[in-house]
Write a protein that binds this ligand. Structure first.
Ligand code: ADP
Ligand code: MG
Length: 229
């Protein structure tokens, strides 16, 4: 009898647990938010200030769940063949309201039939976190262009924005837990993204210029190519 779990089994159990917690916690957070908001509207001075602080902290809790577990499903996650275009249709549906809110445009140009191996929920989580950063970086006349193609057995996905950009010094810290330049950032989004892409045998590069924009290029082995080897 061996009561030592393998590391990957442990990770599966932790992910599964985190996913159920995220699901269970989201609803009470929303309900609490609603009641606090009602109270805030009716109160004055110090009370109003305390309630504002409580609402901000609740929003922070929701942001953490969003960056970690938007698509987490409380069952062990399987890898399958993913069609990049199909996944991006779903991602677009989730992010368009956020882009519209920031008055930014998103252009997506991805052919069908680009296939990779991975878990659909995690793939979407990785790209939602990256594109959400692009949206949050946008200023006036914000534009995000996303395109993908196959090149020598690799599926290459570009995300280009004309947002605030980054200094080289910032790029060095991307993916470190809690590294954020935002007043209300979690600094968890890219940490999660980097882990997911690594687990899918992918790679990621950032190029950026301050006040000009940022380009993220992600590469995955093509599912077709792997079959042929
Ligand atoms: P958060 O978004 O919560 O700050 P992330 O891990 O998602 O945390 O991102 C870390 C930091 O990387 C951000 O605070 C931001 O400064 C920088 N960043 C990431 N993507 C972009 C981008 N497209 N444009 C400008 N800055 C970016
Ligand atoms: Mg982020």
């Amino acid at each position: 009898f061996n009561n030592e779990l393998q590391r990957s089994e442990k990770m599966d159990i932790i992910s599964e647990l985190a996913a159920s917690v995220a699901h269970e916690v989201r609803n009470p957070l929303q309900v609490t938010r609603g009641f606090l908001q009602l109270l805030e509207q009716k109160s004055k001075d110090k009370d109003k200030e305390y309630l504002r602080l409580a609402l901000d902290e609740l929003d922070r809790a929701s942001d953490i769940i969003t960056d970690f577990l938007t698509f987490a499903k409380p069952e062990i996650q399987q890898a399958t063949t993913l069609d990049v275009l199909g996944e991006f249709r779903h991602i677009e549906g989730i992010l368009l309201p956020l882009a519209n809110y920031q008055a930014g445009r998103v252009q997506i140009d991805i052919p069908s039939g680009l296939l990779i191996i991975g878990n659909a929920s995690k793939f979407k989580q990785a790209f939602v976190n990256m594109i959400k950063n692009s949206i949050e970086a946008l200023g006036k006349d914000g534009l995000i262009r996303i395109w993908a193609y196959e090149d020598s057995g690799q599926i290459v996905i570009h995300i280009l924005d004309n947002g605030v950009g980054m200094e080289d010094e910032d790029i060095k810290h991307l993916g470190e837990p809690y590294y954020s330049n935002k007043t209300r950032g979690t600094g968890l989004g890219l940490m999660v993204t980097f882990r997911i892409i690594e687990a899918m045998n992918g790679s990621i590069t950032f190029t950026s210029e301050k006040w000009v924009g940022t380009e993220v290029i992600t590469r995955f082995p093509s599912a077709y190519h792997e079959d042929m080897i």
